[in-house]
Design a protein around this ligand. Structure first.
Ligand code: SRM
Ligand code: SF4
Length: 582
């Protein structure tokens, strides 16, 4: 039987309601109907099954072990200690006893079964959080610089992430009716939605806000990005706007490719919502509604031409963009350890292996974080947890007097990378979830990263590179959830135990890497990398990154698809510091 298209499902869904209420109440199966599985994503949850036991259940003639992943909407990724404790309770009551920090600054729960899905959604709501639009053909979780140092600026860009997220929430009340048992109003199923209409967007849409010189949100991997420009007094002058970034690709399909965003101009703060709406609606009206793999904004831009798309956006926004202001990014990673904020409070960034917070033998991270949240609860505003787009965690706004207590808890719960001092490589590496929950995974990622790191580390040490913060990213398939095409070294899954080895991105999120070797095993990956480490150790220039070296040495060239690295870049040093906009 052929299934209806996602476009048809959306149109007929009565504002994303479908038959979700009936499907959730059906005790006979742990699954939802095909159509409802598509719709439930817009409510922030995916139906999955445990792939580790899929074959065994098939042999036993049982239906797959259906379970749900739930993604929280948390623009800018900030949580109070009280919210943390509630999320922890949800993880241990209904999910698989872990909190998974995602590459878009929020948490996912895994392993929730259908009959407990509603209670879990209600518990998330009771933590003053929701999951609306965390998935689906809508604007997704908005990223904002985690930027621990500038408290005022952080608060401001965080506020922008919130505003953008709220502005582009669907208008349907389906979420409140289905999950929170709120009463149906007269217009149930007929709510007007000026942005999304009845068809929503052709595909997901992603936004981010960055604060130079740190590109910790990988701004150019987003459909729409804002780069903060700071005026002479350290206030926000406005934003450079970038459009058309995206990572997803499919093996063997040249019509799909990762692409970096183009900087198209500058807007004042009061123009931000209009230009964002213009980008979203241009994509809504011009994006591909037939081929979902080809339906992202990046392809719309390449199909119609950047100038045409910008002209369309300006017409809809009702103003011309000003010329882009110079900016400079010096890295896209996180800064680890304690730093003092401008308000005299302290921020501690922890590197957590692959962002999965769980209790493991010798590393009771979930318990440790619970104890830290208990220390910080009831504190002054700004005493909070920030999750980063690099899957790390910042304990922010800590009064000087509490530092020692936090340090002791970090130590006793081995909270900075297992039981050993975190290596530079481990801190700079990232993996997507992949197996066993991701339906699209072709190879391991999250579960494999610690093993791979343990094999690469001795090679780095052998060549005196133990402290080299090489950016390593693994994805279990080419969809690119760990943004692997921005890794100096990246592994992209092809089949169990086999990966494409990609090399040569920078560490600023401004140059994509290139396919170096296709479909190779771990042994071949190590064999390829070791001589490159040896050359890098012997020939690198002062402060030269691994990816930059590989380009200079001619080991890799620019990739064949559009990379758009010709963004306006200010030479480091001159206006690199905040507060010195040109
Ligand atoms: Fe992703 C699909 C996990 C960030 C590109 N992504 C999926 C699904 C839902 C698989 C599915 O469709 O059945 C994965 C669920 C795995 C699981 O079991 O939890 C999944 N994506 C993730 C997360 C959890 C990875 C992580 O380890 O952190 C990230 C959640 C982000 C969030 O909180 O919202 C995640 N995904 C990304 C990113 C990175 C980013 O946004 O900065 C990308 C690349 C950027 C982009 O969108 O171009 C990304 N995910 C995709 C794609 C490819 C989209 C495309 O343009 O073709 C898919 C496949 C799809 O949508 O059909 C996908
Ligand atoms: Fe799944 Fe592929 Fe995304 Fe990894 S990159 S989480 S394997 S869709």
């Amino acid at each position: 039987m052929s299934h209806p298209s996602v476009e048809d499902i959306k149109i007929k869904s009565r504002g994303l309601r479908g038959t979700l209420l009936e499907g959730l109440a059906d005790p006979v199966t742990g699954s939802l109907s095909f159509e409802d599985q598509r719709l439930v994503k817009f409510h922030g949850t995916y139906q999955q099954d445990d792939r580790d036991i899929r074959d065994e259940r098939r042999r036993q003639k049982l239906e797959p072990a259906h379970q749900f992943m739930i993604r929280v909407r948390a623009p800018g990724g900030v949580f109070t200690p009280e919210q943390w404790l509630k999320l922890d309770a949800i993880a241990t009551t209904w999910a698989n006893h872990s909190l998974r920090i995602t590459t878009r600054q929020t948490f996912q729960f895994h392993g929730v079964i259908k009959r407990e899905l509603k209670a879990t959604m209600q518990a998330i709501n009771a933590a003053a959080l929701d999951t609306i639009s965390a998935c689906g053909d809508v604007n997704r979780n908005v990223l904002a610089a985690s930027n621990p140092l500038q408290s005022r600026l952080h608060a401001e860009v965080h506020e922008w992430a919130q505003r953008l997220s709220l502005e582009f929430l669907p208008k349907t009340r389906a979420y409140y009716e289905i999950w929170l048992d709120q009463e149906k109003l007269a217009d149930s199923g007929e709510e007007e939605d000026p942005v999304y209409g009845k068809v929503y967007l052709p595909r997901k849409f992603k936004m981010a806000v960055a604060v130079p010189p740190t590109n910790d949100v990988d701004l150019f991997a987003n459909d729409f990005g804002l780069i903060a420009v700071v005026d002479a007094d350290g206030g926000l002058a406005g934003f450079n706007v970038a459009i058309g970034g995206g990572m997803g690709a499919s093996h063997g399909d040249p019509k799909t490719y990762p692409r970096l965003g183009n900087v198209i101009g500058f807007v004042a703060p009061d123009q931000v919502l209009a230009i964002a709406a213009a980008a979203v609606t241009v994509q809504r009206d011009h994006g591909d509604r037939v081929e979902r793999k080809h339906a992202r904004f990046k392809y719309t831009i390449d199909e119609h031409g950047l100038d045409y798309i910008v002209a369309q956006m300006e017409e809809r926004a009702g103003f011309r963009l000003q010329p882009a202001r110079p900016f400079h990014f010096d890295h896209n990673g996180d800064r680890f350890g304690w730093v003092e904020g401008e308000d005299g409070r302290w921020h501690l960034t922890l590197s957590l292996p692959t962002g999965r917070i769980a209790d493991r033998p010798g590393a009771p991270h979930l318990t440790g974080m619970r104890e830290i949240a208990n220390v910080l609860r009831g504190g002054a505003p700004g005493q909070e947890f920030r999750v980063t787009a690099n899957q790390n965690l910042i304990i922010a706004g800590v009064p000087a007097g509490e530092r020692e207590r936090i340090d002791a808890l970090v130590r006793t719960h081995a909270l900075d990378q297992e039981n050993r001092a975190p290596t530079a490589l481990a801190r700079a590496s990232m993996a997507c979830v992949a197996l066993p929950t991701c339906a699209l995974a072709m190879a391991e990622a999250e579960r494999y990263l610690p093993d791979l790191n343990a094999k690469l580390q001795p090679l780095l040490e052998k060549h005196g590179l133990a402290d080299a913060p090489i950016l390593l990213r693994i994805s279990g398939c080419p969809n690119g959830c760990s943004r692997p095409y921005l890794g100096e070294i990246a592994l992209v899954g092809k089949a169990p135990g086999r990966y494409n080895l990609m090399l040569g991105a920078d560490h600023r999120g401004q140059r994509l890497n290139t396919l170096h070797r296709e479909n190779i095993t771990e042994a071949q990956i190590l064999e390829e990398l070791e001589p490159l480490f040896a050359r890098y150790a012997a020939e690198r220039g002062q402060g030269e990154g691994f990816g930059d070296f590989l380009h200079r040495a001619g080991v890799v060239a620019l990739p064949p698809y559009p990379t758009h690295t010709q963004v306006l870049v200010e030479p480091a040093g001159k206006n690199a510091a905040l507060g010195e906009a040109a």
